[in-house]
Design a protein around this ligand. Structure first.
Ligand SMILES: Nc1nc2c(ncn2[C@@H]2O[C@H](COP(=O)(O)OP(=O)(O)OP(=O)(O)O)[C@@H](O)[C@H]2O)c(=O)[nH]1
Ligand SMILES: [Mg+2]
Length: 364
């Protein structure tokens, strides 16, 4: 493996008699990260190191409600800035208190209208609300979601509401990982509820939703039969169904189909039974009931122990995401080093086969 963390050992670069480079381990008190064939091992700060002053100041400004500081920290996370690690180190202990609600559904189902309404209801209940609109198809932040921003202008003078759009950054998986970390920053900033809207129902959106404790799937009568719900994997991720645009015909039919589908799920007295609600987001009809249903789900999560279980799963994924991101970066440079190029030459000369070459790289 390129990435080798050896607890209780320190590593130093060495060369075998046949000229092969490797890292040898020596007993020692430190935690080391060895970054590749030609690199010198670098000591990790560990979790206890000092947070640089400028980051610490940004975090304390964010905690005292300064929006600019919050926006700066989010940008650092979104852009995978070189301060990313320090920012996460500084905010992590402050996070873990917010409720995270994910809102998904087909394009045009009324998700943004719903989020806007939910925010109003939450404000009435005295909650501070952050809204993250994720649009993987948007080539840059804020593109396709600009319209939503305009719709949400009613919140601009309210200190208790913060709105941010996230677009495509980096490659696959990158957006959902960055979104999770943006949510952690908002959590650390002290928002009580974080609403995450994702456009569409592709894989990226499903990944994004893994960070939510409660997932609200918004459907509309004309989005067709419930078969689509099955196909898109929505049944597996939904905690609450909202049949929006209930002013349109066929809404009751869709509600009935969904209730039947929910009833077919295995459940016992401890299971959460997915509620199906009718809403009309534009006129704020049924949104209060939706807010109540979500609150019940949050209460059930705590009571049933699922909150902790979900938390454990998210954190495992978060660390695996970080490792995957690092490995991807390291692997991308595998042939950039001198020894990497030499390995390539050996491959060309048929002196070594690709599997053995992979072994050489992963042994370092
Ligand atoms: N008739 C009716 N129209 C609604 C309702 N809720 C939202 N709409 C309208 O549906 C359209 C789409 O609403 P949005 O909130 O932008 O939908 P969205 O799901 O966020 O759309 P994307 O983010 O583009 O996928 C807007 O014109 C809304 O005014 C409703 O309950 N009834
Ligand atoms: Mg929208």
């Amino acid at each position: 493996m390129f990435l080798r963390i050896v607890r209780g050992f320190s590593a130093f670069p060495a060369k075998s008699r046949s000229g092969e480079r490797f890292y040898a381990a020596r007993r020692g008190p430190s935690l080391w990260y060895t970054g590749g064939v030609a690199k010198t091992p670098r000591k990790l700060d560990g979790a206890k190191g000092e947070i640089p002053e400028r980051i610490a100041r940004l975090i304390s400004d964010m905690r005292s409600g300064k929006r600019l500081a919050l926006a700066r920290l989010i940008s650092k996370v979104e852009n995978r800035d070189e301060d990313l690690h320090e920012v996460m180190r500084g905010i992590y202990a402050l996070s873990g208190k917010a409720e995270v609600w994910g809102i998904t559904g087909p394009p045009g189902a009324g998700k943004s209208t719903m989020v806007d309404r939910l925010a109003v209801h939450l404000r009435e209940r005295g909650k501070r609300v952050a809204i993250v609109a994720v649009d993987p198809s948007s080539p840059f932040s804020g593109g396709a979601i600009l319209g939503d921003r305009i719709r949400m202008q009613r919140h601009t003078s309210d200190d208790g509401v913060f709105i941010r759009s996230l677009g495509t950054r980096g490659k696959h998986g990158g957006l959902s990982h960055a979104t999770k970390e943006v949510v952690l920053v908002l959590d650390a900033a002290g928002f009580d509820v974080i609403l995450v809207e994702t456009a569409g129902v592709g894989q990226t959106e499903l990944d994004v939703l893994k960070l939510a404790q409660t997932v609200i799937v918004t459907l509309v009568p004309e989005s067709g039969d419930s078969i689509q719900v099955m196909k898109a994997g929505l049944m597996e991720i939904a905690d609450v169904f909202a049949v929006n645009k209930a002013d349109r015909p066929e809404a009751d039919k869709l509600v009935k189909e969904l209730v039947t589908m929910v009833g077919m799920n295995d459940h016992d007295e401890n299971s959460w039974i997915i509620p199906v609600l009718k809403t009309e987001a534009v006129r704020d009809v049924g949104v209060k009931e939706l807010t109540d249903a979500i609150a019940s789900h949050q209460a059930w999560l705590t009571k049933s122990g699922h909150r902790e279980e979900k938390g454990r799963r998210f954190l495992k994924e978060e660390v695996l995401d970080i490792l995957a991101e690092r490995l991807e970066r390291t692997l991308a440079g595998a042939f950039e080093t001198r020894s990497g190029q030499e390995l390539l030459e050996q491959l060309l000369r048929r002196e070594i086969d690709p599997y053995s070459a992979a072994d050489v790289i992963s042994r370092v």
